[in-house]
Design a protein around this ligand. Structure first.
Ligand SMILES: C[S@@+](CC[C@H](N)C(=O)[O-])C[C@H]1O[C@@H](n2cnc3c(N)ncnc32)[C@H](O)[C@@H]1O
Length: 356
């Protein structure tokens, strides 16, 4: 392989989000010998994974794909730059999956609230049991998860969270607490209505959002231009009239337009990104995420998405058509590429940040 080919291959490897440890899969993964660390070097979650029969695909996804702390620092930076004058407190995470970002958002300031919206009820339920429970005592009262379509957000149904189970079990003798429950139900951020009993977003007086976000290329799940514009209009409607921001990321570039299989090795599992042949007419690709665990256990197609690969100008046009005042693009050369050393503005090696 020539120097140029090697460089191209290296760039492909790093073309995924947070992909500094990816490498192209060249061997039969069924025979992987995973690097298993000693138990003392494992985090609690990793130990949990090693102990359980098969770890949840959601836990594996959160570990390998997401980095909510980094996302939040960008959200704060963008809000201060483009709106300013106040602290952002109210976040909406669209296409939230397990709402990992939302729960992280709640952690560092007790005034913060979060709304998560997704089509996948299993992911939302997993969130209530595994993520919200780690926020602290008031976590459930500051987050509202809605099950539904981002194209019809107001019709989405509130997902029951853990404390509601307790509320339902109250007896008549506990009248005083029932009164408190009524009070809770009337507040904006408490997810305490039954989803089969009219508990839809339209009926909730939710705080206007300072920030709405759609991460991990989720807007690629929308395939039609009209859908994209419709979605962006709903976002604008949800944002505070005092000023707010919508932040999304986008998947694209030359490496996205052909078949590709990448993998990233973690201490106790291997994460595989499989990209199908690119459909140049529809501009679509299919992404499958697989997890290979130790003892040859595999979670094949743990997640699978059909993505339309929108271009930056298409996104800008749709945002403007939906009514957004300004659109800013932030780009980052993926860390570790040869070009980082030579390209103006990106010459800071591995700590490359997004640049406007
Ligand atoms: C690529 S995942 C992103 C998950 C999460 N936001 C993250 O950062 O990793 C896309 C998510 O969007 C959800 N989704 C796809 N189409 C949707 C729609 N029309 N309305 C609501 N959620 C949708 C899927 O269920 C899935 O959880």
């Amino acid at each position: 392989m020539g120097k140029r080919e090697k460089r191209q291959k290296h760039q492909q490897r790093n073309a995924r989000r947070g992909a500094c440890n990816y490498y192209e899969e060249e061997e039969d993964t069924s025979s992987y010998q995973l690097d298993l660390p000693t138990s003392s070097s494992l985090s609690d979650e990793e130990k949990e994974m090693n102990n359980s029969e098969t770890p949840s695909k959601f836990l594996l996804y959160q570990q390998s794909v997401q980095s909510p702390k980094g996302d939040i620092s960008y959200l704060l930076k963008f809000f201060l730059m483009y709106v300013g004058g106040r602290l952002p407190l109210h976040l909406q995470e669209d296409f939230c999956g397990t709402a990992f970002l939302s729960t992280e958002w709640l952690r560092s300031d007790s005034r913060r609230t979060a709304i998560g919206l997704d089509l996948d009820l299993e992911a939302l339920t997993w969130c209530t049991e595994n993520n919200i429970s780690k926020v602290g005592a008031d976590g459930y009262s500051r987050i509202s998860l809605f099950h539904g379509n981002v194209l019809q957000p107001l019709e989405s149904k509130l997902v029951k969270t853990e404390p509601q189970g307790l509320i339902r079990n109250l007896t008549l003798e506990e009248n005083k607490e029932c009164i408190e429950t009524d009070v809770l139900e009337s507040t904006a951020q408490v997810g305490s209505m039954d989803q089969t009993n009219g508990g839809i977003m339209r009926n909730f007086p939710l705080s206007a959002r300072d920030i709405v976000c759609a991460f991990n290329y989720s807007c690629c799940c929308l395939h039609k231009r009209a859908e994209l514009v419709c979605y962006f209009k709903h976002v604008l409607e949800a944002l505070s009239k005092k000023g707010g921001i919508f932040v999304m990321d986008l998947y694209g570039g030359t490496s996205s337009e052909h078949k590709l299989r990448l993998q990233r090795r973690f201490s106790n599992f291997t994460y595989i990104w499989e990209q199908a042949e690119f459909d140049i007419i529809e501009r679509k690709t299919r992404i499958s995420l697989h997890f290979h665990l130790k003892q040859q256990r595999k979670l094949r197609h743990a997640f699978s998405y059909s993505w339309r690969l929108w271009t930056l100008p298409e996104i800008r046009d749709c945002l403007e058509e939906a009514g957004f005042q300004t659109v800013h693009f932030w780009l980052r050369e993926m860390p570790g590429t040869e070009e980082n050393k030579t390209t103006d503005g990106f010459g800071v090696g591995r700590d490359v940040k997004y640049k406007r």
